[in-house]
Design a protein around this ligand. Sequence first.
Ligand SMILES: [Zn+2]
Length: 93
Amino acid sequence: MAEKFLDEDADRAFLRIVVWRSNGKMLDRIYALLPVEQGGTLLGWRLQYANATHDIELTPFGPRCDCPDWDWRTGSTGVACKHVQALGLVGII
Ligand SMILES: [Zn+2]
């Protein structure tokens, strides 16, 4: 489950991601959602939660995340990590 919402006063966007892990526990996190731009061109998105930062790069071959899950799971199964799935669910990518 994913939802995007805005803090209108602070002009900031957030992405809430809820997933159930294989051990049955729910993970419910709200990430700050920041565009990564260079010279007015959108290069990707940054998700920040506490002291963790994940960058999702928009490549000609599709989005790519720098999280560990992307490296060990997406490469072998083709299933995107929760960050890329969530951005897709809310229509950002
Ligand atoms: Zn990821």
